[in-house]
Design a protein around this ligand. Structure first.
Ligand SMILES: *Cc1c(COP(=O)(O)O)cnc(C)c1O
Length: 375
């Protein structure tokens, strides 16, 4: 329907992982922590891990990884979840048998702040906090993590779209889990997949959680139930091939994100991220001055064949049957105003200049149209 879709997956050519599939077939080992999955985990840990005391565990999706982290942390009660996120963050808490309680976010960082957390904890008790890094933009979360750990809360960081660039350097601590997605639409795409980085003491619990709570060594893990969230050898093969490409993918997407940032700079009331090196950019978020402006942009872009999606909408404060720690005005407002602009890497990269030209024009014309009403 659209000449330019919002996202086109950028997966490795099958030729690149065919030898690995033959290796898999020779091994007659297709899942359950097989040799390719172990090799992939080791490679991810070497590339993105924090070193010695941190482990990487591959899983079937970021959603599965979030659930596994909650279970490995022994959390069964309330988990604070920010209202401005993809609904997977909420569903993963429910799937783990814990109870999501939605809280607001900071209007500037788009995620939970120490102040918001402290305020939420005045009205509800919680065993864990999910911190979402919207659009996979890595943030300095040290003060927030310190506050959580001081209060005895486990920390689950949903950085789903953020795999492919160096992580923020921070100490490896117990009960802090960082989860990434490898869904086909994410920059580090394998089809369906994800990984969890955590202190190596949690590796057994994470593996147990994604393997029906079967302990790999009896008595090792205190995970009381589990599910099937193991990465298959097929996906690990694709992942090993993608690892060879990811720096090129992230580099190209960052180059395009910087063009969007520069072309859209100086527009009164339009907010775009600044630190281009902090994400591999699944898409480039722009926050419009109003919900009606966001709607107008989507329509204007569609008229020139470009699909622009609204993101993290509705705010999870509106989700059915879901408890909230209080009103979520910042998240509700962001959810109404956030749009994401398309980027291209890999086989569809050639269409990026024309796609971006049309997209930038649509944003600037939208801002022109509403000029005056938002000063
Ligand atoms: C994509 C995404 C997820 C879900 O990832 P899957 O691997 O598809 O489960 C979760 N949270 C956020 C913020 C996402 O962007």
């Amino acid at each position: 329907m659209f000449l330019y879709r919002s996202v086109i997956p950028d997966m490795p050519d099958p030729e690149a992982y065919a030898p690995l599939l033959r290796e898999m077939h020779g091994n007659r080992w297709y899942s359950n922590f097989g040799p390719l999955a172990v090799r992939f985990e080791d490679a991810l840990a070497a590339r993105y891990g924090a070193g010695g005391s941190e482990a990487c565990v591959c899983v079937t999706s970021a959603t599965a990884g979030l659930s596994a982290a909650i279970m490995a942390a022994g959390v069964t009660g309330n988990v604070l979840v920010p209202a401005f996120t993809f609904p997977a963050s909420l569903g993963a808490v429910r799937a783990a048998g814990a109870i999501p309680v939605v809280c607001d976010v900071d209007p500037d960082t788009w995620t939970v702040s120490p102040d918001i957390l402290a305020q939420a904890l005045r009205s509800v008790s919680a065993q864990a906090v999910m911190i979402v890094e919207p659009f996979g933009i890595h943030q300095a979360l040290d003060a927030l993590i310190d506050l959580c750990l001081d209060r005895g809360l486990a920390v689950i960081i949903d950085s789903a779209a953020g795999l492919g660039v160096p992580r923020e350097p921070r100490p490896v601590r117990h009960n802090v889990f960082t989860v990434f997605s490898m869904h086909a639409t994410k920059p580090f795409a394998v089809g369906e997949g994800g990984c969890v980085f955590a202190h190596r003491d949690h590796a057994v619990g994470l593996r147990s959680a994604v393997n029906f709570a079967l302990p790999s060594h009896p008595g090792d893990a205190n995970v009381r139930w589990g599910f099937n969230g193991k990465m298959s050898e097929l996906h690990a093969a694709v992942g090993l091939a993608q690892l060879e490409r990811i720096d090129g993918i992230a580099g190209e997407r960052q180059r395009q994100a910087a063009i969007y940032r520069d072309r859209l700079a100086g527009q009164e009331g339009l907010v775009t991220p600044d630190a281009i090196d902090r994400s591999p950019w699944q898409c480039f978020p722009v926050c419009l001055p109003s919900a009606s402006a966001a709607e107008a942009l989507v329509a204007r872009a569609a008229a020139v064949g470009v699909e622009i999606r609204r993101y993290y909408r509705p705010s999870l404060s509106q989700w059915p049957d879901t408890a909230v720690a209080g009103a979520c005005p910042a998240a509700d407002s962001l959810a109404g105003r956030m749009c994401v602009l398309p980027l291209r890497s890999g086989a569809s990269q050639d269409e990026a200049p024309e796609l971006m030209r049309r997209t930038v024009a649509a944003v600037l014309e939208t801002m022109d149209d509403i000029g005056g009403s938002h000063v």
